[in-house]
Design a protein. Sequence first.
Length: 100
Amino acid sequence: MQKVRACVGAAVGPGSWADWVPGGWGNRGSLPVDYELRGVLLAPIRVGEPISVYRTWRNGVSTEGMFLSTAIREIASSGEILTSNSVYRIAALQAAGCRN
């Protein structure tokens, strides 16, 4: 999953990587753009609900944690997911050696 940009009319604009501390209490704004994570989707993607992920990777670094977005406003025909603050792209990954 990747945050690709702030949405038009974002309730809270994105912070900057220069000021953002992962897990910090003093962060201002939503996650910076170009935030990328890998993990397990914990709930179906539904309008009105947040994106909920058990995160195992963040920006290329192995780190476990929880990710919870703001509420989903729209699932665009392009596949992008618009929340109250951000636009995300989500793709399923297949583990090496797994067969369908």
